[in-house]
Design a protein around this ligand. Structure first.
Ligand code: MTE
Ligand code: MO
Length: 321
């Protein structure tokens, strides 16, 4: 897979903090795997924990030539309205969330429905790492090494029936632990809802993430389980998922509900369709500051068009925005 990008060697020395350690570990795991070293490590004699499995996730070619956004930006500049509307709020307040035990309720048109413990959602899945871009509708973007597995794997296990045309997702509603859900100023009606058309959900690029930068997801990034849909604006990538519902009707998603003229169901990254209040033609790639704004042109489908454009063949994407 080809994704245009700058070189890894372009990383400025100021950015080399935790990700330099991470890079070296990537190289070590890459070489160790080849000669069976990883398998002989004493740590692996005990049943591997989820953190072990995340740390040893198979590296894939996805986005491997991209310059990563530093761990610090990925985990301290977030949107997670359940914890407040400021970019710094999730990092400040998401530690209050309990993510273990965790379960996911499966509802609607599928053979297998009911409550699944997170362990059962993950059972049998092999974690892999994919470096994907995330572009927020507000105009910033990042390049993030996610760890997880294709959503399609889980959907196949749940065996949706032919009536299932869409998949809806919901985030946890727990105001005692999510201070943003108590706010009277919230533009979102809780719980946060997102949705995909079945073919979008089954697309091999669509991922359920459990980790980032080789570690379990920090709470502010949507622990313990979140969606990553790299060709759509960031808000489609719903965090801390507790419900998956197979439906025959297009779900009303949170942002569409709060401002239907600004946020559509599809929300494909599209520099040709401006948000009514601002342009979508460029984006600010993090890290960015006053001196180096790091503004780049936005790309149709966030650069994944070769793979996903066929999903929208014949559709008017200015109407289906
Ligand atoms: N439950 C929930 N999921 C959410 C959001 C949110 O407010 N609540 N914000 C979305 C938006 S707008 C973006 S850009 C991404 C940001 O993901 P990140 O913080 O891991 O970069 O999460 C998305 N998922
Ligand atoms: Mo966003």
């Amino acid at each position: 897979m080809l994704i245009r990008s700058s070189k890894k060697s372009d990383v400025a020395s100021s950015e080399i903090t935790s990700e330099s350690v991470y890079m070296r570990r990537r190289e070590f795991i890459g070489s160790a795997a080849g000669i069976g070293l990883a398998a002989a490590s004493p740590v692996m004699l005990a049943a591997p924990t989820r953190s072990d499995l995340i740390a040893s996730a198979a590296k894939t070619a996805y986005g491997n030539d991209e310059k990563l956004t530093p761990f610090k930006s990925v985990t301290s500049y977030n949107n997670f309205y359940e914890f407040g509307t400021e970019k710094k709020d999730p990092k400040k307040y998401a530690h209050t969330l309990t993510t273990d035990p965790w379960s996911v309720e499966v509802e609607g048109f599928a053979e297998r429905t009911g409550k699944l413990a997170l362990e059962d959602v993950l059972k049998g899945e092999t974690f892999e790492e994919r470096i994907y871009r995330l572009r927020c509708v507000e105009g910033w973007s990042m390049v993030i090494p996610w760890v997880g597995f294709p959503l399609a794997n889980l959907i196949k296990r749940l065996q949706p029936t032919s009536q299932a045309k869409y998949v809806a997702f919901e985030t946890l509603y727990r105001p005692e632990e999510m201070r943003g859900q108590k706010s009277v100023f919230s533009s979102i009606e809780w719980p946060y809802v997102e949705g995909l058309r079945m073919d979008e959900a089954m697309h091999p690029l669509t991922m359920l993430a459990v980790g980032v930068y080789g570690k379990p997801l920090p709470n502010q990034n949507g622990a313990p389980l979140r969606l990553v849909v790299p060709w759509k604006y960031g808000f489609k990538s719903i965090k801390s998922i507790v419900k998956i519902r197979f439906t025959d009707e297009r779900p009303l998603t949170s942002w569409e509900r709060s401002a239907p003229s600004e946020y559509g169901f599809y929300s494909n990254v599209n520099p040709g369709v401006d948000h009514p209040r601002w342009s979508q033609k460029t984006e600010r790639r993090l890290p960015s500051g006053f001196l180096s704004v790091n503004r780049i042109d936005s790309v149709m489908f966030n650069g994944y068009g070769e793979e996903v454009a066929p999903l929208y063949a014949g559709m008017d994407l200015t109407k289906n925005f």
